[in-house]
Design a binder for this molecule. Structure first.
Ligand code: 13P
Length: 251
């Protein structure tokens, strides 16, 4: 099996202004030499995708979106952004099913799957997020919850990415243990193999939730972790480049 190229993605969420796009140029300067070995991606707020994509053109940083509409056709949907529009603005990836979308906007697996399909149809690479809450973990329901999310929200499609983001770690300062991360990644991989056979070997599975320069190397060393989805620590090039450079493929 060919090794999967690591992907280290930054999700800026609803943070930043146009003036912060300089972080993308700074990131490129810091990681330029490893861009052929690691895919580095920034997903800024949609308002800045076009400017970010112009700035990143020809550089070692990819640009993506944080969400897209489940509907592909141009239609009367005030405030919505189709995957085709995001691709047109310069996005190459789209995050779908982030736990903040699932909880704040009531998005279930079916909607997430439709969004991922819309992303694929527009030529974007969807990053489908899955993850259990603390209560689900404490209730012994990790396999059930993650299994259902992977079965119901991940479409078939070459190049798709899955991100395991335990909800109880997002925005905090703790991560699961390496063994816990490894267990869930192995579960995700087995569900993907069950569904897609050999094609699942090409699917990258990222870890997200409190990834920082201080814990990145330990997380990347976990079997089955193909990269990271990073929130807060992706906002500053100094932190995000330290995470990218901590990946063994970067050395
Ligand atoms: P933090 O890295 O800030 O914990 O956020 C993780 C996340 O939600 C990335 O999508």
């Amino acid at each position: 099996m060919a090794a999967r190229k690591p992907l280290i993605a930054g999700n800026w969420k609803m943070f930043g202004r146009m003036s912060d796009l300089g972080e993308i140029a700074a990131l490129d300067a810091a990681i330029g030499a490893v861009a052929s070995k690691v895919d580095a991606l920034i997903c800024p707020p949609a308002a800045f995708i076009s400017a970010a994509a112009s700035l990143a053109k020809g550089k070692g940083v990819l640009i993506g979106a944080q969400d897209c509409s489940a509907v592909s056709a141009d239609s009367a949907r005030t405030g919505e952004l189709s995957a085709g529009m995001l691709a047109d603005a310069g996005a190459a990836y789209v995050i779908v099913g982030h736990s903040e979308r699932r909880t704040q906007h009531g998005e279930g697996n079916e909607t997430v799957r439709q969004k991922a399909d819309a992303g694929l149809a527009a030529g974007l690479t969807p990053i489908v997020c899955v993850g259990e809450t603390r209560a689900e973990r404490d209730g012994g329901r990790v396999a059930e919850v993650i299994g259902a999310q992977v079965r119901e929200s991940v479409p078939a499609g070459a190049g798709i990415v899955v991100a395991y983001e335990p909800v109880w770690c997002i925005g905090g300062d703790r991560t699961p243990t390496a063994a816990e991360i490894g267990e869930v990644h192995s579960l995700i991989r087995s569900v993907l193999s069950e569904r897609f056979g050999a094609e699942a070997n090409g699917i990258r599975v990222l870890y997200g939730g409190a990834v920082a320069p201080k814990n990145a190397a330990e997380i990347f060393a976990v079997e089955g972790v193909d990269g990271a989805l990073v929130g807060r620590a992706s906002l500053k090039a100094a932190d995000f480049s330290a995470i990218i450079l901590a990946h063994p493929a970067a050395s």
